[in-house]
Design a protein around this ligand. Structure first.
Ligand code: B12
Length: 280
């Protein structure tokens, strides 16, 4: 069944018209990596302490979707979508903001993620396996959480991907996978029980050269917002830049969808971890 699901997700991603950039005449996202975690993995409970109590466990997400007492185990499917090379290459020489190709990817390509989430949900539900994609559920929230009131959400795709063994975190808080850091993530919780994949027993930030070797820090220099330092990621500065007026104007100037942002993601290109982990 794992292979059937994988094949269906890959088919949808490769055939979907929403996954096509008119600018680069290629896909926004290449073939995904897909891994499975047990919905009862104790790490999901630990996230309540590590992040904040509002971060949902798969059981809580499932029961919010289908009602109290409906959960009897299951699987979290984490999907990692690598950003196409043409878009990545276009962003490498940029120093003050994203390239046109990247801005249009951020404006239109991000809209593909909820479509894919909906497709997987429907596909599995139709086969009788109750499934919910938390980030498109009406109870998904993105807001300040925890004692420091830093921006977060009640379903962090990077922490889900970590639990499913897809990679680890970086100095800039990005997720570094076998396909690098220039990736996007989504996940679903299903009542279908599948064999979980294994995850690393190395530290949670092992793929990052700064943490593992004390070198690199290239993303610090790449950040046009001054949001990165050896101390980590200033979410407020990052957000003000990546989703501020300038980036909205930039997206509009390239013909992006009104109201969307060009993003930034300079910390995800022209860095040693862009499309592969820098160390093994
Ligand atoms: C809120 C949000 C933001 C906020 C805050 C980011 C943040 N770090 O949380 C702001 C607006 C700043 C932001 C900016 C960007 N975002 Co954003 N954002 C989100 C969103 C909606 C929720 C994130 C969340 O819940 N965070 C929870 C907090 C607690 O996580 P955290 O602080 O990073 O966690 C740290 C600690 O927990 C720590 N940690 C400490 N000890 C331990 C121990 C263990 C065992 C573990 C596992 C972890 C751990 O690890 C982390 C790193 O230090 C997600 C989508 C989603 N639903 O997940 C996208 C998401 C994280 N964003 C994404 C992207 C691409 C961006 C941008 C590049 C902008 C853009 N779109 O171009 C920038 C830069 C991001 C960056 N460098 O982190 C991608 C990430 C892709 C990747 N490779 O990592 C996501 C996953 C969207 C997606 N669907 O793909 N984002």
């Amino acid at each position: 069944m794992k292979e059937i699901i994988r094949a269906e997700i890959i088919r949808y991603i490769s055939e979907s018209v929403e996954n096509w950039s008119a600018e680069t005449k290629d896909h926004y996202y290449d073939e995904p990596l897909i891994q499975y975690a047990s919905a009862d993995d104790s790490l999901f409970e630990e996230y309540k302490k590590l992040l904040y109590p509002e971060h949902l466990t798969p059981k809580e997400a499932f029961e919010l979707a289908f009602g109290q007492g409906t959960y009897s185990g299951g699987t979290v499917i984490s999907i990692l979508l690598p950003i196409n090379e043409k878009i990545r290459i276009s962003n490498r020489p940029q120093t003050e903001g994203p390239s046109k190709e990247w801005a249009l990817f951020n404006s239109f390509g991000h809209l593909f993620l909820p479509k894919l989430a909906e497709h997987i949900e429907t596909y599995l539900n139709k086969q009788g396996y109750r499934t919910v994609a938390p980030t498109i559920a009406k109870w998904f929230v993105m807001k300040p959480f925890g004692p420091d009131l830093a921006l977060g959400s009640n379903w962090s795709e990077r922490h889900i991907a970590y639990a499913a063994g897809l990679g680890t975190f970086s100095l800039n808080e990005g997720f570094i996978s076998e396909k690098g850091i220039a990736v996007r993530l989504l996940s679903v919780v299903t009542g279908l029980k599948l064999t979980p994949d294994s995850r690393t027993d190395r530290p949670y930030n092992a793929n990052c050269l700064f943490f593992s070797k004390g070198t690199c820090g290239v993303c610090i220099k790449r950040c046009p917002a001054g949001a990165l330092s050896q101390e980590g990621h200033d979410k407020t500065k990052c957000r003000s830049f990546a989703y501020g007026d300038e980036m909205k104007k930039l997206a509009a100037s390239y013909g992006g969808k009104p109201g969307t942002s060009a993003g930034c993601s300079l910390c995800q290109t022209n860095v040693p971890c862009e499309f592969r982990p820098p160390i093994h």
